[in-house]
Design a protein around this ligand. Structure first.
Ligand code: ZN
Length: 138
């Protein structure tokens, strides 16, 4: 399943980002996904839940922002916008001037845009340093 190889590194990256910043409990990961990636939400969420177990991401939500596929014409500047379905088999020659010199300028994105988390002092109380010197085993 194609989603597996996409979701696994994203979870790893987000978990490392959380740990590097001392975040224990992530509530949401925001992801930008270009339409060129043929991702089925159902599988993405399934793998996300599976891989996030035991990491700071466990129980968090994944929000995906879809980014359209955009081609820009080098000759006239015309931009053509596709989603995943309209792009399948589409001609990428410029629809305005007919030039074949068009380049994809967006639609390949696959990046973490941000993570939302509970501030450390909201998720649990820091254990107070013990000043108790008395006692000892009785
Ligand atoms: Zn053009």
């Amino acid at each position: 399943m194609h989603e597996l190889s996409v979701v696994y590194p994203i979870v790893q990256m987000a978990a490392r980002l959380a740990r590097d910043n001392g975040i224990e409990r992530v509530t949401c990961v925001r992801l930008a996904v270009g339409e060129i990636h043929d991702l089925v939400d159902e599988y993405v969420f399934k793998y996300y839940d599976r891989f996030s177990k035991g990491t700071p991401l466990e129980g968090s939500r994944l929000k995906m922002r879809r980014i359209p596929i955009v081609y820009r014409c080098s000759d006239c500047g015309n931009e053509m916008v596709f989603d995943h379905f309209s792009f399948a088999g589409a001609e990428t020659a410029c629809t305005a001037c007919g030039s074949a010199r068009t380049d994809m300028v967006s639609g390949r994105e696959l990046q973490i845009e941000g993570i939302e988390y509970l501030a450390p002092n909201q998720s649990r109380e820091e254990p107070a340093a013990s000043e108790d010197e008395g006692g000892g085993p009785q």
